[in-house]
Design a protein around this ligand. Structure first.
Ligand SMILES: CC(C)(COP(=O)(O)OP(=O)(O)OC[C@H]1O[C@@H](n2cnc3c(N)ncnc32)[C@H](O)[C@@H]1OP(=O)(O)O)[C@@H](O)C(=O)NCCC(=O)NCCS
Length: 197
């Protein structure tokens, strides 16, 4: 798969060929826009925490819901949340806010997909512009009937923003794998030394 940036006239057009042969796929690719989804919800008194603002868990559920819909649409079948990271709450969400949770596939591997989510909020009865109140990155694994990982179509980024998100997702993927490997290595060496938790 090749990604070409739409360089301005006089600038070099960059070819970013994915190096990992494992990611070469016979499955036809799908453009980012084919599964991009927004979930909107008005916050009510039942959504609040003890401080009276909206509970972070309420937002996280919406994030997981919409990301799951995106992962299912992209992969054409069931997909489960493997991890959620970098969930950031940028501004408090209030009762009466109309929250829009926007999600798209940023990156695909063999069976996993990174879904990026942006949370926007606006007053439900005012025409002021929505502001960003949160963001998150989730990894979903597409699974078969037995719950085993299955191949996913490669995502085809369409815009410069999509391509930037794809590149940033690769960096996060590299860091996730390195962190997991380092922790597993540490545990193995502690076990080998006979250290009990
Ligand atoms: C996610 C799950 C299917 C992975 O199964 P597994 O046997 O570990 O399979 P693999 O190791 O081959 O991982 C499959 C893919 O998920 C990725 N993955 C697995 N665990 C991950 C994690 N914690 N963070 C990020 N990615 C992860 C792998 O990198 C791999 O990606 P790739 O195929 O694109 O290279 C399995 O752990 C599971 O079913 N977890 C429970 C999911 C769940 O119930 N979620 C909440 C309710 S929806």
């Amino acid at each position: 798969m090749q990604i070409r940036s739409s360089g301005a006239p006089g600038h070099t057009v960059v070819d970013m060929t994915i190096q990992d042969p494992d990611l070469e796929s016979d499955i036809p690719g799908k453009p980012t826009s084919a599964s991009r989804t927004t979930l909107s919800h008005i916050m009510t008194a039942g959504d609040t925490n003890l401080l009276g603002t909206v509970h972070g868990g309420v937002i996280m559920k919406l994030v997981d819901d919409v990301a799951g819909a995106v992962a299912g649409r992209h992969s054409g079948g069931p997909a489960v949340t493997a991890s959620m990271d970098e969930m950031a709450f940028l501004e408090p969400v209030k009762v009466g806010d109309l929250v829009h949770v926007q999600a798209q596939v940023n990156w695909t591997g063999r069976s996993s997909m990174e879904v990026g989510v942006r949370v926007m909020a606006e007053r439900w009865n005012e025409s002021t512009p929505a502001v960003q109140v949160g963001s998150a990155y989730l990894v979903f694994a597409a699974v078969d009937e037995a719950g085993k990982p299955r191949r996913v179509p490669p995502v085809e980024p369409e815009t410069e923003k999509d391509r930037r998100r794809y590149q940033e997702a690769q960096i996060r993927r590299t860091h996730r794998l390195a962190r997991r490997r380092a922790i597993m290595d540490l545990r193995e060496s502690r076990n080998a030394e006979g250290l009990a938790d």
